[in-house]
Write a protein of this length. Structure first.
Lengths: 171, 518, 659
């Protein structure tokens, strides 16, 4: 049962991610963004399977909820016509890129399917029932990961400054 | 705890300086020039540099608070990186104070972004945990993306920023993918725990995926061929002092982080036994990087693009230092040439870009060699400094660059784990090619009549910036004992390695447990 | 004596640097008198100091070191900026500072009118500093410092009149060809460093290799191959600096520089650096018979090849340039056969008479308002009596007339070569123990000796041709120059006279004996075994050869055969064309090396930069467009995708190799 759900979620994640950029969905930015929402939901499902409930909820709330909505606003505001985007041309560099990505994917899949490959993770999830709860994550953030957590605030500040610098009409 | 805060002072001071000048800018008179903010930043960074020097003199410190110790390592390795990054940041700031008004983009946020970028770099080189390193890398990257596009009225700058941002995000994806596999394979992201795990367990296929992903991600930041393509465009479009910060600071931080990650976490014997060890990958990357960088630098007409390709080729030489380094007792790096080379390279590049900044008066989209014609007759001092930087980059004695090459090459020749003689020979041939385009700069400055008059920025702080850099380059090349000792210290000392492992085991990081059958 | 003799070395090396700094930084403001004083006095004092140091050595004292500073002294790594004054470096220092000083003085007159007078002297002093580093350094690193330094100064001075594109190009050519040589030198140096475990000091190297030298016959094959590789790489470096086949092409073009520079750098000092280097490392080269034979062969070929080109050149400086190449070939023949002392001897005498000839030609060119074609001169002995006499002395010296300096040194080299060829049995029982080479090389050295004799014939011929055409016959240039020549002043004539005296007496200095202490044991053995029956036969032959050359030149250019040269040229026009155009070597190089490199570089640029980076097909958007439109087009059509593709391809390649 778990296997079946996993494969549904996994294939769904990959397929909807590909749909973001590949026509026909990828031709239209709005459709692309909506595909992204779908991908995020599948991803949240995968997090649930990993007992990472908090991350799953945050994924839906922040990514699927806030960020993609912002994307959509921006796309609407820019009001891009399809002629602005030009006609998609198959170029040699795209072809090379697809071949390279395909090759890497095939090798990675081979790694997973291989005997003693990566299908069996060397370390498993902690059996602790509190794993992935808000309390545990919060504890970790304020203890072991206090330094990166605090530094993240700087990162956000820098991002805010950057956004203002790049976007504000008059400084 | 209090002692820890004192020991963390370089980071804390830099952080406070960044926040402080941001506030200063808010309350400053918007009509007045923002030059003084730059000076405040310089003073603040100098204080941080002094703190770093104090810590370095004590030979690195152990953080007692375990939550700090798992995240950061303040060994001489990191402190050497701090000092180098701070010096580069100071020189960049000095070079910028009169550059910004000339480009009509004098906003106070510039300085805080430079300071925060330095903070990110410092976190990268001091990180004992891959998560911390990643956050540091992102702080640095985001700040640099914005700085690259700081001349926002110029489409070139915007293009540079966008390119850097897109590709940087792409590279970050690889880094995170690699990190996820590290955690998947070991159950931890702490470098020492990872190293301990891999010392006992065969990394297997995980090892391969991790190594590949990490190489792509770091390869982008250090601009190794074929992950280098953004470099010339971004350097060309960015403000010149920021190009210097990228060449001198970002690369230093990326190289030191790379050295720490690979030599500490993946330094074990099992990683040598992969189909091809990462050293061998770096071996070929080094050959490719220096050769392609050099050949393309020869055909450039634009000085900033030439310097960009030259920085690519230098990444190749520095990679030799990485290949020649050997981790000893899980954590220490053998081979001081790497550090000396980084110092020589960083100061020479930041200085060269500071001199190029002078030419930025009337838009700098196209600073060709022709623009340098007769430069020496109007700006004797700047030209002299440029000669020193070019000589150093070319590896001509008695500059630091020569000695850096010499030390890296002798490190490589002395390496016992691999025969690096062919690599050194390729590097020698390459460095001879390099002389051609560096000397071309000198020839144009001294031996060509100026074609047309063009305005340059006359700025005392800018002069101080490249003057200081030139002084250090010459002094390090002529009286290198102290610097070599520092490099050796940075290369061998790692006092907190053991303590970090023990700290990690006392706190409640989710401990790896045996695989549960599903 | 309160002054330590060691610190003399400091004076010798660093005074010229001081002069360069003063003249370079403040020369513009100092005025001509001060510049002249600083430029000449620093070198003059250095020469006097060198004399004192030499007297000290001559009185039987030991060679001595002077440590300027502990450059690198960290851990296991020691490289010192240290100087070493032994018999070889003493001789070289005397030549460099002595001839250098005379040329400085000459330049005062020659460059007097130049607007960049101070810059010229700064470069010249800087050159002296570099050259002294090269010859006085006590280890390979200091030699490398000097080696690169002289190259740089040569480049700066060739392109000194940089407003002239052709001259700037000549500088470029010299630079690039020297790079090729420096590849070899550096690679050889690193191989040596690798082989000798980081030892750079000559004395340490010598003691390291002298143990092996004693049993050269039993040297393991791998080691002997490595040593041969090191020697050949170093020799490539020597070829570049000392203008040997195939890297000689830059030297004739280097004549674009001011004539005193040609005299100093491209005749007397820098170009002999290769000979000096090989002599300095004789203990190493003696271990590789293959390398030695290669050096001798290349030397002999260069000698004859350049001499034949010299016969037909019309430009006075070009003749002297090819003559320099040819004489350097002699020196390499000498070191190649193990006659190190003879080579350095020839180096010294050559420095005297070639500097004299160049300065003399400089005086001629100066007098003739810059005219360099000898067929537009003639009868100049009337105008320039002192120049004429001194030039004649130099010509006699180079032609190998007995009693003059060139005769003795050339004789010594040919003697070494012939001796090695005829006394194989003795020589081969010595250090040249690899008997499998014996048969081949013994005969070969005899051939080389004959080649050397033919080259001597050519030398005597073209030098007297030059002399007769310039100073005798009728004047063929324009009237103005004849009526208003720039007569050389004292500053120009005194150096000429001093050098003329040296060109006569220089041959009586027993250089071979003087240098005996610096030779390694095998090299000494070889010298002792050079004594052979042929030496007595050789002397009459070479005297005859010189006389034939001189008489032939007189006959064809002054005497009754005056019409013959033009007849030859028209009858055998193809031969004349080929030789006059220097066997088309420049064109050959251009076609075979320069063009392909350009094409490859251009192709690389096109493929990597234009195709891969800028995209296959038409380049996307023009550069300057409105920002929004640009951004959209950028995402759709911009190059960033291709950069990303390159990264992914890199990833794929990594995966391919690591999987």
């Amino acid at each position: 049962m778990e296997q079946v759900i996993f494969w549904i979620l996994a294939i769904g994640t990959v397929a909807s991610s590909v749909a973001v950029i590949v026509p026909p969905m990828g031709r239209n930015p709005v459709h692309g963004a909506l595909s992204l929402v779908v991908a995020f939901f599948f991803l949240a499902g995968l997090y649930v399977m990993l007992v990472a409930h908090l991350v799953a909820v945050l994924q839906v709330l922040i990514y699927a909820g806030a960020i993609v909505v912002l994307f959509l606003f921006v796309i609407m505001l820019l009001n891009i016509q399809s002629e602005d985007l030009g006609h998609p041309r198959p170029t040699i560099s795209k072809l090379i890129g697809v071949i390279a990505v395909g090759f890497v994917s095939i090798v990675l899949i081979g790694f997973i399917l291989k005997d003693k490959g990566m299908a069996e993770p060397p370390v498993g999830l902690p059996s602790d029932s509190t794993f992935g709860t808000v309390k545990t994550v919060g504890n970790l953030l304020y203890t072991s990961y206090i330094v990166p957590f605090e530094l993240t605030s700087i990162l956000l500040l820098v991002a805010v400054i950057g956004a203002v610098i790049m976007a504000k009409r008059r400084l | 705890m209090a002692a820890d805060l004192a020991h963390l002072s370089p980071l804390l001071i830099v952080c406070c300086v960044g926040l402080g000048i941001l506030l200063l800018d808010v309350f400053a008179d918007p009509k007045q020039p923002k030059t003084f903010i730059g000076y405040v930043a310089v003073v603040g960074l100098l204080v941080a540099l002094a703190a770093t020097g104090w810590l370095f003199a004590t030979g690195g410190v152990l953080l007692t608070q375990p939550y700090f110790a798992v995240a950061l390592t303040l060994d001489p390795f990191a402190l050497f990186g701090f000092a180098l990054i701070l010096v580069v940041a100071i020189l960049t700031t000095l070079a910028s104070v009169h550059y910004l008004p000339s480009q009509r983009c004098e906003w106070g946020e510039y300085y805080s972004l430079v300071v925060f970028a330095s903070l990110g770099m410092m976190v990268m080189v001091a990180a004992a945990d891959l998560i911390t390193m990643f956050v540091g890398l992102e702080i640095m990257s985001v700040a640099i993306y914005v700085l690259a596009g700081f001349k926002r009225q110029s489409p070139f700058a915007i293009e540079a920023a966008m390119k850097y941002f897109f590709l940087g995000a792409f590279a970050t994806g690889f880094l995170l993918y690699g990190l996820a596999f590290v955690y998947g394979a070991t159950g931890s992201t702490n470098l020492n725990v990872v190293a301990e795990h891999f010392a006992k367990n065969d990394p297997g296929l995980y090892g391969i995926v991790i190594v590949i992903m990490m190489i792509v991600a770091f390869g982008f930041k250090i601009a190794a061929v074929p992950f280098h393509m953004w470099t010339p465009d971004v350097y060309e479009g960015s403000p010149s002092p920021i190009a210097g910060l990228m060449a001198g600071g970002v690369k230093t931080a990326a190289f030191l982080a790379l050295a720490r990650v690979f030599l500490t976490a993946f330094g074990g014997a099992d990683f040598e036994n992969l189909a091809i060890s990462w050293r061998e990958v770096f071996y070929w990357l080094a050959i490719l990087t220096m050769t392609v960088g050099n050949i393309l630098a020869v055909v450039q007409q634009n000085v900033k693009r030439m310097l960009a390709y030259s920085s690519i080729s230098h990444a190749g030489y520095i990679l030799i230092g990485i290949v020649a380094s050997r981790s000893v007792d899980g954590g220490a790096v053998a081979g001081s040439g790497l550090f000396f080379y980084l110092l020589a390279y960083a100061l020479s590049s930041v200085g060269a870009f500071a001199v190029v900044s002078m030419l930025g008066k009337d838009g700098e989209e196209d600073i060709t060699y022709g623009n340098l014609a007769g430069f020496a007759y109007r700006h004797g001092f700047a030209a002299l400094c440029m000669v020193i930087f070019m000589a150093s980059l070319a590896g001509i004695p008695p500059t630091a660059g020569f000695l850096g090459k010499y030390l890296v090459f002798t490190d490589a020749l002395a390496a016992t784990h691999m025969n690096l003689l062919p690599l050194v020979l390729v590097a020698v041939v390459n460095s001879m090619i390099g002389v051609y385009y560096y000397l071309k700069v000198i020839v144009f400055m001294y031996m060509r009549e100026p074609r047309r008059e063009f305005e340059t920025i006359r700025s005392v702080p800018m002069g101080i910036a490249f003057g200081l850099a030139a002084l250090v380059v010459v002094v390090c090349g002529s009286f290198p004992d102290t610097t070599i000792r520092w490099s050796a210290k940075a290369a061998t000392g790692n006092p907190s390695a053991d303590s970090a492992i023990s700290a990690a085991s006392v706190i409640d990081v989710p401990a790896p447990v045996a695989t549960t059958a599903k | 004596m309160s002054l330590q003799v060691e610190s003399l070395l400091g004076i010798i090396v660093f005074l010229p640097l001081l002069g360069a700094v003063i003249n370079g930084l403040a020369g513009k403001k100092l005025g001509k008198g001060v510049v002249t004083f600083v430029g000449c006095a620093t070198v003059g004092v250095a020469f006097v100091a060198a004399l004192f140091a030499w007297l000290h050595l001559k009185s039987g004292q030991q060679p001595f070191h002077w440590l300027a500073w502990n450059w690198i002294d960290a851990g296991s790594l020691h490289v010192n900026l240290e100087y070493y004054f032994d018999h070889l470096s003493a001789l070289m220092t005397l030549v460099v500072t002595g001839v250098g000083f005379l040329i400085h003085v000459f330049s005062v007159g020659y460059m007097g009118e130049d607007k960049s007078y101070y810059r010229y002297f700064a470069y010249l002093n800087l050159f002296m500093f570099s050259m002294l580093n090269l010859v006085l350094g006590s280890n390979m690193v200091v030699m490398f410092l000097g080696w690169e330094g002289v190259g740089l100064c040569s480049y700066l001075l060739i392109g000194f009149w940089f407003d002239d594109d052709l001259k700037a190009q000549a500088g470029q050519k010299a630079f690039i060809v020297n790079r090729i040589g420096d590849f070899g030198f550096l690679i050889g140096m690193f191989l040596l460093l690798f082989y000798a475990d980081g030892t750079v000091d000559y004395l340490q190297l010598q003691s390291l290799f002298s143990d092996q030298a004693r049993e050269v016959g039993t040297l393991p094959l791998r080691d002997s191959l490595t040593i041969t590789a090191i020697c050949l790489c170093l020799f490539v470096g020597a070829c570049g600096k000392s203008a040997q086949i195939p890297l000689y092409v830059w030297l004739p073009d280097a004549m674009a520089g001011p004539t005193p520079v040609s005299a100093l750098i491209h005749a007397a000092t820098m170009v002999t650096a290769g000979v000096y280097m090989i002599t300095r490392l004789n203990f190493l080269f003696m271990l590789s018979p293959i390398a030695m034979a290669t050096i001798a062969t290349v030397g002999a070929l260069t000698a004859i090849f350049a001499a034949t080109i010299g016969i037909v050149q019309r430009d006075i400086k070009k003749v002297l340039a090819y003559s320099t190449v040819s004489q350097l070939g002699y020196m390499f023949l000498g070191v190649g056969v193990g006659a190190f002392g003879a080579s350095v001897f020839h180096l010294m005498t050559h420095a005297f008479f070639k500097a004299l000839l160049f300065l003399g030609s400089g005086a001629v060119i100066h007098a003739m308002h810059g005219e360099q074609d000898i067929f537009k001169m003639g009868n100049l002995r009337k105008l320039l009596p002192i120049t004429h006499i001194t030039f004649l002395i130099g010509t006699i010296a180079i032609a190998g007339v007995p009693g003059f300096a060139g005769f003795f040194s050339k004789e010594a080299i040919l003697h070494g070569s012939a001796g090695l060829g005829l006394t194989t049995d003795v020589a081969l029982t010595g250090p040249w123990g690899l008997s499998e080479y014996a048969g081949v090389f013994a005969g070969w050295f005899q051939v080389l000796t004959v080649v050397g004799l033919v080259a001597a014939l050519c030398t005597a011929f073209y030098m007297f041709r030059l002399y007769f055409v310039t100073f005798w016959t009728d004047y063929r240039g324009d009237r103005h120059s004849w009526d208003h020549p720039h007569k050389p002043g004292f500053a120009m004539e005194i150096p000429l006279m001093v050098l003329a005296v040296l060109s006569i007496v220089g041959g009586y200095f027993p250089v071979s004996d003087w240098l005996a202490p610096i030779l390694s044991r095998p090299a000494q053995l070889l010298v002792e075994n050079h004594d052979s029956a042929l030496s007595h036969m050789l002397m009459p032959i070479s005297i005859t050869v010189a006389c034939i050359g001189i008489v032939a030149a007189w006959f064809l250019y002054v005497g009754p055969g005056r019409r013959l040269p033009s007849l030859f040229a028209s009858r055998l026009s193809w031969l004349h064309t080929v030789v006059f155009n220097k066997y088309f070597v420049d064109e050959l190089y251009h076609g075979m090396i320069v063009r392909p490199v350009q094409v490859v570089a251009q192709a690389l640029f096109l493929v990597v930069d234009r195709v891969v980076i800028d995209g296959i097909g038409v380049r996307g958007a023009p550069w300057v467009v409105a920002m929004t439109g640009r951004m959209i087009r950028f995402v759709q059509n911009g190059e960033v995708q291709r950069y990303a593709v390159a990264m992914v391809v890199g990833l794929a390649v990594l995966v391919y190799f690591l999987k």
